[in-house]
Each structure stands twice: as C-alpha cells, then as structure tokens.
Design a protein around this ligand. Structure first.
Ligand SMILES: [Zn+2]
Length: 472
C-alpha cells in the first residue's frame, strides 16, 4: 500500500464503529483513519490517535462524540429513472401499473429526464445512507452516469433490455436482439470504471416475458466475456411462472428455465424472486446467484418472498427499494425495518405459530451492507469497515427522540433508526453529505427542475391520473 503520509489523512474518532467485518467487530470508543479514498486503519480511539495524529492536520481530526460509524448502505435494486414517476401508479392493479402508467412514462423519457430523475433519486439515496446502488435498468444510462458522477455516489448501471413481449411501446419493440446487446457493449466501453472508478456497467434483462432465448443467452455470454454482472427481475408474479411453464416447457417457472439454459451464475442479481419452489432456492444456492429483496415493493405488488428459506439454503440476499412508482420511499432505512417485520409476519402466517427470532436485526444489517456489496460483486472493496477497503462511510446520530435510549446498538439501527438520524455520508473518501447538507449538487434547484420535468413528461406520455377527491 502507498505510504499514508503521501495522501490526505482524515481521522474520525470517539465513535461507535460498527465494522460489519467477518468477526462483526464493534468498537465502543473507536476510530477510523481515511487516507485518500481508502481506509488506512480501524481500532480503539486511543491507539489510533497515538499512531496517526502526527500525520493529520488539526481540521482533519473529527470527534464523532459517540455517534455511530457504519459502512455505507448498498441499495441493490433501484430504478433511478422512475423517480419522476413517483405517485403515478398508486393503488392500481399490476397490468394498469405496467401498460398504462410505467411503459408510457419510461418510453417518453429523454436523456435529460433520466439525468434529473437520477439526481432527485440520488438525493433520497444519500439521505438514507446509501453510498452504492444497483440500477435495475432504465433507458438512458448516459444520463444516469452523468448524475452519478455529480452526486459522488457509486453505482452499477444497467440498461433495461427487451426484444419481445406483448404490448411494448412502439419505440421499444423495434429493438432487435443484436441491438440490445450492442448498445450495452457500447455503454460498457464508454462508462465502465469511470468517475474515479465509481461507475460500473452491467447488463440488464427486464424480465423473462420480454426476453427471447437469444437475448438471454447472448446476455449471459457478453457479461461473462466482460466480467460484469447481470441485473434481472425474476419470478415476480405467479403469471410469469405459468407463462414460462407453458411456452418454455419446464416443470416450474423462470428460475427452473434459467437453470436449464445456464444463466444461473454468481454474477446474476435476481430482483424480487418471490415465487420460487424449494428446488429453485437450491438452484440459486448452488450457483451463488444473488437476490435483491425489496420488502415494500413486494408487499405492494408481488407477495411474500421466501427470505428465511433462502438464508437457510445459503443464498446471499440483499435489500432494494425498487422504483418510486412501486414503493414511493427510496429509503434503505425503511426497507431494513420492513424486511425484519414482514418476514416475521410471513413466518407466523405460513407456520401457524409466531417466531420473532427469524430474520433478526444483525442479519438485516448484513443484508444492507456486506451482503449488498457481495450482491453487486464489489465486496472486495466495500460493504465493511476494513483496512484497504474504500472509504464509504455513514455517520448516524442516535441522540434524538427516535433512537434513545440506546441499549443495543445493532437492534437500534434496524428497529429505531429513521432516515433523519443519518448525519453525514462519505463515498470514495469524499463527504457527499455533511451535517445533513448534500454537498456536490444544489438540492433546491434539482427539486424545482424535477417538478417541471415530471409535469412535462406526464403530458408528453398522455398519462392523466383520475382525481380521487373533489378538490374545492
Ligand atoms: Zn424493479
């Protein structure tokens, strides 16, 4: 490692350091040294100050005053392009949601819309402690990349690819299989490893009902060749499995078919994965497929995902918010709380007896940190506070009515913490939010521009929402 003395040094001390490393170490009065974009040291405050304070300038020694320092959260399934569509599809059935609201909305987006939508979404991600996210797949990856660069976040961006399926908007159904692959290869060449290495480009498959066999296979091979990931919605609704069984002649649904064609690999991030048989959970475990569990979105649109069973089988499960029209809240803090409650509730419902021990707080915190990092294939550099990893850190202030008294730090982070408890966020060694202020973009201006862009987009897409109230 490069000599720390040659890089700017920052010492954060007198905090509770929740490392999320393999031994789950927590330092009650701990410190972290950041040198450039990486973590140089972690340990008890007294020892760190003794060893490193001679290297730091006075203003680069930060007293955390008992606050909690965590690795940044990883949101493994978010549609940044859908942020301008928040509220356009509340309380509607799935087909109305997709055909009458989301597809018209997304197919009328410009690159500038996508850029603004990602900036708006990024504000909410940062405020909820997210330092890295996996884009579920939109149309204008270059717009997303520009926003991610400015926000200072880390991301795995993907283009949503579709080459078949009923009811697609005209400009999408024109996309041939080869065009789908070629355009993603070009995005990879242009954006992969840009923004100081914060941006990676993945391949995206919207879902099996919009993918020909050729698209599935060519995506599998291109991702393998470029050593990158594939992000895909998998086994979302029973109808999807039924369609796969009847058209692709397999015993169960999507997962069985993906196993048959060799698409289940360790670089597949399978979003939702709600309707899986026991055998299919076994396929995931064997192939080291990663799952993004989106509790709020699943409750609203899809159903109960078998998270307890996946954990028991050894599947790596992380957390996602999904997009704004399926959840409305893009806070991974809320998803942590929901992940525990929903899976305890599901256990009572399916087993006929209560069992509050399932999906405990420590498991949920792993899902939001180190298992999120594994899911986006970046765990060698992020997901825990360890020497030589990237400095992606968040400072949580627990001294407010939402979290006191603090008897058990880990429990409090999952069951009590609100988004507002997150004070500061660092990504790649740079503060991107400090004392609740987003630093790299003008938040007020983005909010104002986003309101205008959303109005114009809905008009262009011909989406008119029914009035639910008789406004005076
Ligand atoms: Zn999604």
């Amino acid at each position: 490692m490069e000599n720390a003395a040659n890089r700017p040094i920052l010492i954060l001390h007198n905090g509770v350091i929740v490392t999320m490393d393999q031994s789950s170490r927590v330092f009650r009065d701990g410190a972290v040294v950041v040198a450039g974009d990486r973590i140089e040291a972690v340990g008890p405050s007294a020892q760190i100050l003794r060893d490193f304070s001679h290297l730091a300038t006075v203003d680069s020694v930060v007293d955390l005053r008992g606050r909690i320092l965590l690795p940044g959260f990883v949101n493994t399934h978010v549609h940044t392009s859908q942020q301008l569509g928040r509220g356009i599809a509340d309380d509607v059935d799935l087909m109305t949601w997709l055909h009458k609201r989301i597809w018209p909305y997304e197919s009328h987006m410009t690159e500038e819309d996508s850029y603004l939508s990602t900036l708006l979404c990024g504000i909410e991600l940062i405020r909820s402690g997210v330092t890295c996210f996996a884009e579920a797949g939109g149309q204008h990856v270059s717009g997303m990349a520009r926003a991610v660069e400015e926000l200072g976040l880390r991301a795995c961006l993907a283009k949503s690819s579709m080459d078949t399926g009923d009811g697609l908007p005209a400009n999408w159904s024109a996309c041939s299989t080869d065009n789908c692959i070629q355009s993603q290869r070009e995005l990879y060449t242009k954006h992969h490893n840009t923004a100081e290495g914060r941006i990676r480009i993945w391949f995206g498959l919207r879902q099996i009902m919009n993918a020909s066999d050729q698209l599935l296979l060519k995506t599998r091979d291109a991702a393998e060749e470029l050593k990158t990931g594939i992000h895909m919605h998998v086994a979302e609704i029973p109808y999807e499995n039924q369609l796969v069984m009847s058209t692709r002649k397999v015993e169960h649904g999507t997962v069985t078919y993906l196993e048959k064609i060799g698409l289940l690999r360790s670089n597949l991030l399978a979003a939702h994965s709600v309707w899986l048989s026991d055998a299919e959970i076994g396929f995931f475990a064997k192939a080291d497929v990663k799952v993004s569990h989106c509790p709020a979105s699943a409750m609203r649109m899809l159903g109960f995902a078998p998270i307890k069973e996946m954990h028991e089988a050894g599947v790596c499960v992380s957390l996602g918010t999904d997009g704004a029209p399926s959840n409305n809240r893009m806070s991974i803090v809320d998803e942590m709380y929901l992940a525990s409650l929903i899976n305890k509730g599901r256990e009572a419902y399916t087993s006929g007896t209560t069992n509050p021990t399932v999906v405990p707080a420590v498991t949920v915190l792993k899902m939001a940190t180190i298992d999120g990092a594994k899911s986006v294939l970046w765990d060698n550099e992020i997901g825990s506070i360890e020497v030589a990893k990237k400095a992606d850190l968040i400072v949580v202030n627990p001294f407010s009515w939402t979290m006191v008294p603090l008897h058990d730090c880990i429990s409090s982070l999952v069951y009590c913490m609100r988004t507002e408890n997150i004070d500061s966020v660092m990504c790649n060694g740079q503060w991107i939010m400090k004392d609740h202020k987003i630093l790299r973009i003008n938040e007020e201006e983005i909010v104002s521009l986003a309101i205008q862009a959303a109005d114009a987009l809905l008009k262009r897409a011909g989406i008119s929402l029914p009035e639910r109230m008789n406004y005076l």
